[in-house]
Write a new protein. Structure first.
Length: 382
């Protein structure tokens, strides 16, 4: 670690830390804290409940309201089962591209933020610039929540938040909300020759899955937003597990499902309809033969939709900064909805790299995108 490093050099350092969500991100966080300390910036660490992970918060410039939050996550998705042509945890340059796990999503933005720190310190800013690096974004935006709660509790305020998820440096003014659940259906087993006396957990799970499909069709003709590639709220079932043998009526089945809602669609109302179908249609039948039968729902993740008026001054400013007058919306989720909803900060998503490269083998960010991010941050902050 040196006092002055380029974005590319810092990115190489960050990619070198295996911060897949199943692992600790503490070595990376300590590395970032040490880097900031070299430049006279004190970072706060907000550890997870088990102490294995942490978020980082640092402020450059004067204390007080106003200023901007630069938000990035430090975790990345696994590489197991993917065919990489180079070491995913060693940044590798080929043909103007920088390959490595997290290079695009989203350590490229994190590196650009850290690279501009010396200039921010030297500039004697009139308004603060806050750095917010989180953990466990990839498993449901869970790590940032405690940091936001602490900041809100002590009255931290900012005028804007920039979430640097990969958007090819285009301004994104909205994304859908997302919720994921694991449903557990418990019935009563029996030999398959006595099937009418049992409660087949797989069959009742299947009925609930069909209900989810039908509800998805209903939502598809509900509120629509043509700015999205998929213009309506969606529901899908992703995993299912149940049964032990073909001649045993299964007493247990579980499946996972998720929905991604437009901001106009209340996510609570979707879940309430699902629970109501389970409790009023399925459970009475199941319990008529097995009083202990049950259907339960285990939350997996939950993040709110993001929406900011395209005419908001922050959007206008960022369009000027990136040199492009357009804006868009994306189906994937970010921590932006939490900063906007829970901290009350107007939030926009804009960062280097294409989301098409995220989570894939040979993930990469182009040098041109990093250069554009460097230039945009200078124009925005200095």
């Amino acid at each position: 670690m040196t006092k002055t490093q380029t974005t590319r050099e810092i990115l190489a350092d960050l990619v070198g830390f295996d911060t897949t969500s199943a692992r600790s991100n503490l070595p990376l966080i300590e590395h970032v804290r040490a880097y900031l300390a070299i430049h006279g910036v004190t970072a706060e660490i907000f550890p997870s409940a088990d102490g294995r992970k942490a978020s980082l918060w640092a402020t450059i410039g004067p204390a007080g309201p106003g200023g901007i939050i630069l938000s990035g996550h430090t975790d990345c998705v696994p590489v197991e089962g993917q065919a990489w042509t180079s070491d995913p945890f060693t940044l590798t340059e080929r043909d103007g591209r920088l390959y490595g796990r997290g290079a695009c999503d989203m350590k490229g933005f994190d590196a650009a933020v850290l690279a501009i720190v010396p200039e921010l310190v030297a500039a004697k800013l009139e308004r603060p610039v806050h750095i917010a690096f989180s953990y466990d974004e990839e498993v449901g935006c869970t790590g940032v929540r405690e940091m936001i709660a602490i900041l809100k509790g002590r009255g931290e305020a900012a005028a804007a938040c920039l979430v640097g998820e990969p958007t090819s440096m285009q301004v994104v003014v909205g994304h859908k909300g997302g919720r994921g659940y694991r449903c557990h259906v418990t019935g009563q087993e029996a030999h398959s020759s006595l099937a009418p006396r049992a409660v087949n957990a797989i069959e009742y799970a299947a009925e609930l899955i069909v209900f989810l499909r039908d509800l998805a069709g209903e939502l598809a003709i509900g509120p629509r937003d043509e700015a999205f590639d998929v213009v309506h709220t969606t529901i899908s079932t992703g995993l299912i597990s149940g049964g032990t043998a073909v001649n045993i009526v299964p007493n247990a089945c579980s499946f996972t499902f998720e929905y991604r809602n437009l901001v106009e669609v209340d996510p609570d109302s979707i879940f309430e309809r699902i629970v109501d179908f389970a409790e009023t249609k399925l459970l009475p039948e199941m319990r008529s033969r097995a009083p202990q039968a049950s259907i339960t729902f285990e939350p997996i993740y939950d993040y709110p939709a993001l929406a900011i008026d395209p005419s908001h001054p922050l959007v206008t400013r960022l369009k000027n900064v990136v040199g492009h007058n357009g804006h868009g919306k994306v189906a994937y989720g970010t921590e932006g909805g939490l900063f906007q909803r829970d901290l009350g900060v107007p939030t926009v998503v804009c960062g280097p790299g294409s989301i098409d490269m995220a989570h894939k083998p040979d993930e990469y960010v182009t040098i041109e995108q990093l250069d554009r991010c460097d230039a945009a941050l200078r124009k925005l902050l200095l």
